[in-house]
Design a protein around this ligand. Sequence first.
Ligand SMILES: [Zn+2]
Length: 78
Amino acid sequence: MIASLLDAFFGCWHNHYSFPITLRSGSRRNTAASLTGTYVVCLDCGKEFPYDWQEMKVITSTSEAHRRLHSLATKHAA
Ligand SMILES: [Zn+2]
């Protein structure tokens, strides 16, 4: 009950993720993977999250994702 409440307010907060899945570059199949090229799937609710191999962590924060998107866009523009 508490979990679903937290889920409703903060989105997925589970800690059971699949092994990171890396897509070949150029693939646009997956929104989560488009951020870093790698994503994990929450084994509890099935949500997909971008995964950062460099920092070895799942990116769950929306603001962090936006920041990364921005920095990616900057890199591509340069
Ligand atoms: Zn979940």
